[in-house]
Design a binder for this molecule. Structure first.
Ligand code: ZN
Ligand code: ZN
Length: 671
């Protein structure tokens, strides 16, 4: 007998092996199998198909399988269908999907650990009773599910959506069904997990990328066994767990961009994939957010999704008051302390004296940060990428600072004198979280100040600890990146300040405006929860931008109306679908030849649906030059057909000798 095996490589299709007659039983689809690869290597794969060969003559061209770690499938037939769908939709190989879907311990030969029997079962406690508004929302969601499988629960920040989710989940569980609760990042889960744990006890599973592989294998096997968890909370990769009998998938903060996997393939979006997974089980989908993605809200308005709104904050709280601060004027009138405007300093002092907490938001770590020689204007750049280096302060005071590349990690010691003119002392022109923290320490002596960004939270549990310390009011001022915008609930935060709100708008991306609105509304939503009056100060150099007028009124609908017009006019989603193509090569001339060839061929097929060749803002990363092309396909056209035609062209161009060595990346529905 022959078996087709999926191997975790970026190579197309499956691989055929011979099943020796000595094998005690015929393996099942989805079972793990260890097979020889190359001359002296063994790899673990998944059985895709078992078949009897038509003729028996030339079977010795196939290598025999080596072993089977278990005698039962670890990939279910629903998972297999999902893998195949992802392969087709996102134009990747099934091996790439396998690599994303299985914890690495399950992909390696070393673990043949058997399934552990589930532990004792915890008691479910009762959830908080719903108030009138929540009860109405819950009933409306259930009613909407009768006509459409996907419903958008659009509720303002602090409207109490989580309790609605909990009640809907409980009803599924009572019917013997399982629930998957997706969250964008682990940042969200600390407080949420505590809340869910208090309701679901041991019947709650948690799955995220910061777990060790061993822990992830354990959860994978528990889900496969099917009797340990009723509800599982996890990040996007939890869509790949071996569910059975799924009744509901909640996609919380559905607008969040971290639901999209960027690299490596499969470049899938969790919201889209959740809908596919749900359809395999006939499960309901609930998308929840205070700031829907433009595409989602459009689908809800057009009846593709159900729409349920919650416009009131929980317990009669009002939405935070938003104050704009004109940075241009403040600089002109010299009413600035470094990056803090006078009114912000005054308001912060008031709040700190009143025993309240303050959140300071700076878009990114080291965003716009660079080092410059004041004498000759020299800016140190990365050796491998076309980007300037960012100064990172030393870990200990006696160590020198380093200049770091945020794209590839390249770093050098900060030069004491300018290497260009030998005169000036290069200074940090940066405006990242580190700088804001430093300035806050100077301005507010005595206040307890901490910083939350990827630099301070890369160790395990560092993030959870920071959140708990802030929640316990052991910190007065927390400086952070978008990490602090995500669904966190701190009762003593009365003031949130955004240090430079327009930084988010100045990005060459059709979603920049929508994202800026979402991020600012979400960060504002951290102010004034649990009875504290909330204020938000947005410092901006672009005070007349209509975005701020919408934010002041918390008027998402007005922002949406403006954006949807733009999307229509410039052929963007939801009216057109986008496929991004990236080409990379070490040699610029070869890259240019490849991109020109591909461009010409695509233009012949797709006409003006293909963009001209784009040189990205950062045109070289890790010694590879980069070019891009974008396809815009009408929403009414066959997406599958368009992708098939595109795929054929890319395959052809790959075979041409002048294009040799070019790396091609296809990103379906890029974000
Ligand atoms: Zn210089
Ligand atoms: Zn670099």
């Amino acid at each position: 007998m022959l078996i087709d095996v999926i191997l975790p490589f970026a190579v197309e299709g499956t691989f055929t092996y011979l099943l020796p007659d000595s094998c005690p039983a015929v393996p099942q689809t989805g079972q793990r199998v260890v097979v020889p690869w190359g001359q002296k290597k063994l790899v673990t794969g998944i059985v895709a198909d078992v078949k009897t060969p038509m003729e028996t003559g030339n079977l010795d061209i196939y290598k025999p399988v080596f072993s089977f770690p278990e005698d039962y499938p670890i990939v279910t037939s629903a998972q297999m269908k999902l893998w195949q769908w992802i392969t087709r939709y996102y134009l990747c190989t099934i091996g790439e999907v396998m690599r994303a879907a299985l914890p690495s311990d399950l992909r390696e030969e070393k673990t043949s650990r058997q399934l552990k029997k589930p532990d004792s079962i915890g008691k479910i406690q009762s959830a908080h009773p719903l108030n009138e508004e929540q009860l109405r929302a819950k009933n409306e969601v259930q009613k909407a599910w009768k006509t459409t499988s996907t419903v958008l629960l659009y509720g303002v920040t602090s409207s109490g959506k989580t309790e609605v989710y909990i009640h809907l989940a409980q009803e599924q569980i009572t019917q013997g069904k399982k629930v998957l609760y997706l969250v964008p990042e682990i940042a969200l889960t600390t407080q949420l997990t505590d809340r869910l744990r208090s309701v679901f006890g041991d019947r709650l599973g948690v799955y995220h990328s910061r777990f060790t592989d061993r822990e992830r294998v354990e959860i994978y096997k528990n889900v496969l066994a099917g009797d340990k968890y009723d509800i599982l909370i996890g990040v996007r990769s939890s869509l790949f767990l071996p569910f059975n009998n799924l009744g509901l998938i909640i996609v919380d903060e559905e607008h969040d961009t971290s639901y999209k996997q960027q690299d490596p393939a499969p470049r899938y979006h969790a919201r889209t994939t959740a809908q596919m997974l749900g359809s395999l089980f006939g499960a309901k989908i609930l998308l929840g957010t205070a700031t829907p993605a433009v595409e989602t809200y459009y689908n809800a308005l057009n009846g593709k999704y159900g729409l349920v709104e919650m416009k009131q904050r929980y317990a009669g709280l009002s939405l935070p008051a938003i104050h704009l601060l004109d940075l241009q004027r403040a600089y002109k009138q010299k009413k600035m302390e470094e990056h803090f405007s006078y009114p912000l300093v005054v308001r912060m002092r008031e709040q700190l004296e009143a025993g309240k907490q303050v959140l300071l938001f700076q878009n990114r770590r080291g965003y716009n940060a660079y080092v410059e020689c004041p004498e000759c204007g020299y800016v140190p750049k990365c050796a491998n990428c076309d980007v300037s280096l960012t100064e990172h302060k030393p870990l200990a005071p006696d160590m020198p600072s380093r200049l770091v590349c945020h794209y590839c990690g390249y770093s050098i010691p900060a030069p004491a004198v300018c290497p260009n003119c030998g005169q000036g002392i290069p200074v940090d022109r940066g405006f990242g979280t580190e700088k804001i923290e430093e300035e806050a320490v100077q301005l507010f002596p005595g206040a307890r100040i901490a910083r939350m960004d990827t630099d301070t939270t890369h160790t395990k549990n560092a993030h959870e600890k920071l959140i708990r310390r802030f929640a316990d009011h052991e910190i007065d001022i927390l400086v952070g990146t978008q990490m602090i915008t995500k669904g966190l609930h701190f009762k003593d935060v009365s003031l949130v300040a955004v240090m430079k709100a327009d930084a988010m708008l100045n990005q060459p991306d059709f979603r920049a405006y929508e994202r800026a609105y979402q991020m600012l509304e979400q960060v504002s939503g951290r102010a004034g929860r649990a009875g504290t009056e909330g204020h938000v100060i947005l410092q901006t150099s672009d005070i007349d931008n209509p975005l701020y007028a919408y934010l002041k009124k918390h008027d998402y609908e007005a922002m949406f109306a403006e954006q949807i017009e733009q999307r229509k006019m410039f052929r963007y989603p939801p009216f057109h679908r986008i496929i991004g193509l990236t080409l990379r090569h070490r040699e610029l001339s070869r890259l240019e030849a490849a991109s020109r060839t591909l461009y010409e061929r695509l233009t012949r097929v797709f006409g003006t649906r293909c963009s001209s060749i784009i040189i990205p803002a950062v045109g070289r990363v890790q010694n590879l030059y980069i070019r891009q092309l974008t396809l815009k396909i009408e929403a009414s056209a066959s997406y599958a057909k368009a992708k098939e035609m595109l795929d054929a062209e890319v395959r052809y161009v790959k075979t041409l000798s002048p294009c040799k060595g070019t790396l091609f990346t296809i990103d379906v529905d890029p974000m």
